[in-house]
Design a protein around this ligand. Structure first.
Ligand code: ST9
Ligand code: ZN
Ligand code: ZN
Length: 341
């Protein structure tokens, strides 16, 4: 594989607007801190998770087979729409709004997002944002929950199958989460998480096909619930695995996150990952202002039009080009130049 950072070159300073107190910054090539915990760290597999994810994926494969054999077309369309809706709960909700504060939202939009987020079942917004802020601040070190240096499998799903590295918890303690403590809806979801997930991710998606268009319980469960849930999970995980490995690096060639169009399409705009790690506060998570493989931006823009989303943060093109010229893989001299992919 390619090296994480070029030997001898220090990773350039990351632009990080999050309100995180500065503590010892650890770059990929700085020496490992000597800590008792970290030194005695051994991977501890959590077998409960291994079994649950094995059941989920076997069920999803069976659901995929049912799509072509016995499921009603409405059930498959319903499953697809739930995938897109739950993706929005992650991209526009947990990611751009609550992890990065890239825009502000009025409560009706927050309510929609918290419901869609519960449909996605990727841990509560609080836990998701905590891990994600740690991921940005300590990218590809032991403190990164899904450290891509540990390989495709670990960054994809392996990190959810074992106990966290002690550095994740230790460094994570210094991440500022006060804004999330102050949000009633985020706190409500955290308190009632299991019930919300049962209702929105499992019960409703199974009951609706049965009662609304006479689907069988089996088809509803395996297609609209297990297949749909496994699919959205894997799409999300691809941002951590594939988009940290493969693609172009026009903004910063010294970091692993890359511009990956396949992931961008599947993940509603979250595959432009080189840009996102360089400018994490941009609500578009991409340079290009149009909706190229970025349904989430269209979603936020729509709600900005009706006033439910506001204070959308973005990055001036001149700054993007300045940074790309300094650390990226291509030279850019004039504004409006369109990248070559
Ligand atoms: C799932 C999540 O799938 C997927 C997230 C993907 C993230 C993607 C991000 C990048 C993409 C960005 C673009 C978005 C793309 C979207 C595309 C959409 C189409 N800081 O965790 P515990 C402390 S979930 C500070 O249990 P263990 C804390 O005190 C799937 N402190 O650690 C905590 O206690 P509490 C469904 C931290 O025991 C305590 O440690 N869910 C931090 O090592 C224990 O925490 C599952 O399958 C931190 N970062 O267990 C569940 N972390 O919470 C999976 C921890 O009370 N999770 N602490 O405050 C687990 O079972 C466990 O977390 C574990 C680790 C076994 C993995
Ligand atoms: Zn990343
Ligand atoms: Zn992010």
């Amino acid at each position: 594989g390619r090296p994480i950072t070029e030997p001898g070159k220090k990773a350039p300073e990351k632009l990080n607007p999050e309100p995180t107190p500065v503590i010892e910054e650890q770059t990929a090539d700085s020496p490992k801190p000597k800590k008792e915990d970290a030194d005695t760290y051994r991977v501890k597999i959590v077998w409960r998770n291994v079994m649950l994810f094995a059941y989920l994926h076997l069920g999803a494969i069976y659901g995929f087979y049912l799509i072509f054999t016995s499921a009603k077309i409405q059930t498959s369309i319903f499953g697809f729409l739930l995938y897109q809706a739950s993706a929005i709960g992650i991209t526009a909700g947990a990611h751009r709004l609550w992890s990065h504060r890239a825009y502000k939202a009025k409560w009706p939009l927050k309510l929609i997002l918290i419901i869609l987020n519960s449909l996605a079942f990727q841990n509560s917004v609080f836990e998701w944002a905590r891990d994600h802020r740690v991921h940005h601040k300590y990218s590809e070190t032991d403190a990164d929950p899904h450290n891509a240096k540990r390989g495709f499998f670990f960054s994809h799903v392996g990190w959810l199958l074992c106990r966290k590295h002690p550095d994740v918890i230790q460094k994570g303690r210094c991440i500022d989460l006060k804004d999330l403590d102050d949000e009633p809806l985020v706190q409500f979801q955290k308190r009632h998480y299991l019930k919300m997930v049962l209702l929105f991710c499992f019960i409703l998606p199974t009951v609706v096909p049965v009662y609304c268009w006479g689907e069988t319980w089996g088809n509803a469960w395996y297609v609209a619930t297990l297949w749909r849930y496994a699919f959205i999970l894997n799409v999300t995980w691809l941002v951590n695995s594939a988009a940290h490995l493969w693609g172009q690096r026009p903004y910063d060639k010294f970091i692993n996150p890359a511009e990956n169009i396949s992931v961008a399409i599947l993940a509603l705009g979250e595959g432009w990952h080189n840009y996102h790690h360089v400018f994490p506060w941009d609500y578009k998570t991409a340079e290009l202002g149009n909706y190229r493989a970025n349904l989430t931006t269209a979603f936020i823009d729509f709600f900005a039009k009706i006033g439910w989303a506001y204070d959308l943060k973005t990055v001036p093109l001149s700054l993007v080009h300045k940074r790309a010229n300094r650390t990226g893989t291509r030279k850019h001299s004039h504004e409006g130049e369109v990248w070559g992919w």
